[in-house]
Design a protein around this ligand. Structure first.
Ligand code: GDP
Length: 430
């Protein structure tokens, strides 16, 4: 059986923690999209880790961690990450890399930087990890699959051809140093040595695992609002962040995905530019940022301060719908314990009209939040294990959000650790 753990919003909802927690009962954890541009923060018995490429199952000895074909694989980053965890006494995880995964090339990273420089103030706020140039090349059919490293003759010819094209751009558009194709081929030979022990026909492996009754977790990166098609285009990521894409990015049949756990944070945060209706500013934002997450809301990859806002029911309802949510994991609720009152965005006012539907980007840019204020609970809820033991106002907050978004909140996370979780029976769960 396959479960997906995905985000409803802009990312950073706490998917890493939920995946790490669900991985206790899983056999295989698969990353199916995205690259090293975003990260998960995981707190467990070995310490606190920021993962960018490795699936959140790497801390268990009973799981196999898989890099699916949909991922943008940066081989040096991947290896440094393995080293960074094994250096801290985590046993060497079992890892498989799809032979169909494509590789982030050194020039993708450079082109990402050069393009952001060229755009100046109009930039996309890219993390400059090469993800957009990577996916552009993949769909322009000039990307490099891991499998191609093992076909030396064709590789040589393709490297020459692609370098020829890239160098025209580097010279005339960006006025930057050219790529030396021989050096690039050398780098790719090093990549081959590094990745060889892990390469696998992942789709076949997962097919066999499913037949053996294994539990597979698909781990998403970012959230619905960053999906290329359904997000706040063009301020989106370059791959699909939806559970549906998990089938493609892992190579399994879509009907095998039986549970879709959509992670929603109890307030909003976003990195990078783009529409964010319930955003707050100044001291109010700073206080939430400082108290947020586990040690503040700063990017796991970039360290950038995240933009902060109140919970957005409009965006989250849409986010959950597009994911095909069976369960909502409502996270970081403990952080709101300091507030006397908690505003929640329940509608968007656009040109004098209020809507509860998440519209297209240019309309969101004009939207003003319609806020409803709920009473706070003014205490620390960490350590509570039963839903009934939460303060009444805290339960009311959860139930209000559930009613607004229309999807069952069956898990409430009240701390960063694996065991900081409250399971809840939801009237909406079929
Ligand atoms: P992801 O990319 O969706 O995995 O999210 P991040 O890891 O970037 O951000 C989530 C942050 O919140 C991390 O620092 C987690 O350790 C932390 N976190 C997750 N769940 C909770 C929770 O319920 N309470 C608190 N206080 N922190 C949490």
């Amino acid at each position: 059986m396959v479960k997906a753990v995905v985000g409803a919003n802009w990312g950073d909802e706490g998917k890493g923690k939920i995946t790490d927690m669900l991985a206790q009962q899983a056999d295989i954890i698969v990353r199916f999209q995205g690259g090293a541009n975003a990260g998960h923060t995981i707190v467990n018995d070995y310490g606190k880790f920021a993962l960018h490429t490795l699936p959140s199952g790497v801390f268990y000895s009973h799981t196999t961690s898989v890099i699916g074909n949909g991922v943008a694989l940066n081989i040096p980053v991947f290896f440094n990450e393995i080293k960074s965890i094994t250096d801290r006494n985590v046993p060497m995880p079992k890892i498989l890399v799809s032979e169909r995964a494509q590789m982030v090339m050194p020039y993708h990273i450079l082109l990402d930087q050069y393009e952001e420089e060229r755009l100046g103030g109009k930039s996309f706020g890219s993390t400059k990890s090469g993800i957009a140039p990577f996916y552009s090349d993949k769909y322009a059919k000039i990307g490099f699959q891991v499998s191609e490293l093992f076909d030396e003759e064709s590789l040589k010819e393709k490297v020459e051809r692609v370098c020829g094209q890239k160098n025209v751009m580097l010279e005339h558009m960006y006025h930057k140093p050219l790529i030396d194709s021989k050096q690039l081929l050398e780098t790719l030979r090093e990549y081959k040595e590094m990745v060889a022990p892990y390469v696998c026909d992942v789709s076949d492996y997962l097919d066999r695992a499913l037949k053996e009754g294994k539990t597979i977790l698909l781990e998403g990166q970012l959230g619905t609002l960053k999906d290329t098609d359904h997000g706040i285009y063009p301020m989106v990521t370059s791959s699909s962040t939806l559970a549906a894409y998990g089938a493609i990015g892992a190579g399994i049949p879509p009907y095998e995905i039986k549970e879709i756990i959509t992670v929603c944070k109890a307030y909003s945060s976003a990195v990078g530019a783009g529409a964010f209706v319930s955003e707050i500013f100044g001291d109010e934002a700073e206080e939430l940022r400082r108290r947020g997450g586990d040690g503040g809301e700063y990017g796991a990859t970039t360290g950038r301060p995240r933009r902060m806002g109140w919970f957005d029911c409009v965006a989250s309802r849409y986010g959950c719908r597009l994911q095909g949510t069976t369960d909502v994991a409502f996270t970081v609720l403990d952080v709101l314990g300091y507030l006397d009152e908690i505003p929640v965005c329940v509608g968007y006012e656009i040109d004098g009209e209020v809507t509860a539907n998440f519209p297209v980007t240019w309309k969101i840019e004009k939207a003003k939040p319609v806020l409803k204020t709920l009473p706070g609970w003014k205490c620390d809820i960490r350590g509570i294990k039963n839903y009934e033991d939460l303060p009444e106002n805290c339960r009311k907050y959860v139930e209000f959000v559930e009613e607004q978004i229309g999807y069952p909140i069956t898990m409430v996370s009240n701390g960063p650790g694996r065991s900081d979780i409250i399971y809840r029976k939801s009237p909406l769960r079929k």
